[in-house]
Design a binder for this molecule. Sequence first.
Ligand code: GDP
Ligand code: CA
Length: 340
Amino acid sequence: MRTITVLSGGHGGAKFIAGLLHGISAGSLPGVSPDVQVTVIANTADDLWIHGLKVCPDLDTVMYTLGRGLDHERGWGRTDETWSIKEELEAYDVPNTWFGLGDRDIATHLVRTQMLEAGYPLSQVTEALCRRWLEPLHGDRVRLLPMTDDRVETHVAVKDPDLAASPSGLKVVHFQEYWVRLRAGVPAEQVVFVGLDEASPGPGVLDAITDADLVILPPSNPVVSVGTILGVPGVREVLRATRAPIVGVSPIIGGHHVRGMAEQMLASIGVDATAAGVGLHYGARSAGGVLDGWLVDETDAGDVAALRTAGLRADAVPLWMSSDEATAAMAAAAIELVTR
Ligand code: GDP
Ligand code: CA
């Protein structure tokens, strides 16, 4: 196996890819050549413009994680961060300071915004940023591709008690506002992907799926991370057509997300927040879906039979990404599931 393509969100996806790379270096992944190329197609529907800056949370989480610059306690942003700019913005009473931007992180957004304003597409901007973060550690083994160069934004409809302002009883907020300011503390009545239907896949995205020897859906959010990548026109079709086996890893363990807000997002689209629910939502390629195999946690072993009945290869193994070694073992089990 010489090329692996991963469809990733932020935290869950990045942690999985770090473990995958660990397994590659350790030689512990069955059938994977030591010089395998890993292409990460990352979700960009969480992106937002704030304080005049273009921020790409999932691209940055992958880039910082693999570049060993991520603050793991916080789960986002830079290590050794300081917050002077945020404090100054607050002192000016500037709106939207709920979105935390550290001083070091802001340098990334300044470089990105300047390049975008000079006319470079997001894919080239990302390549430039990755020259600092990925090349020194990974050479050309790892490529990070935005799912699209077009602007796509996830918005969430929530109940609005102010009926005078919104006669429908709903108001729509940017996904980041739902997650960061509202802390996903109210039900997501509806999730809307603005611009997704008209987006084109970013350069290299479709080829990375078509030419892969293996495609992995890591334990990323099935709605707002992987769901948006699958929603880019053309992506689902190449997944259905690729010769590569496609395997996914459940982000839901024992009926709950490990971290984040997958339960709220799944509820908004009427999918059970269970390991089987998500696997069946993606579906078997043999039945019109996008997966050949689906790995669930050992506590969800009872879900395996239903998944197999639906035409998927399925196994139950420990799915807690507690260390790079544990995550590499998950990756090995995922590969083994669809290649044995
Ligand atoms: P985000 O963009 O930062 O929200 O990150 P992702 O979409 O890539 O990943 C979020 C998902 O990762 C959540 O639904 C979590 O349940 C899942 N997750 C986080 N840690 C673990 C873990 O240790 N094991 C598993 N199986 N899933 C995890
Ligand atoms: Ca995200």
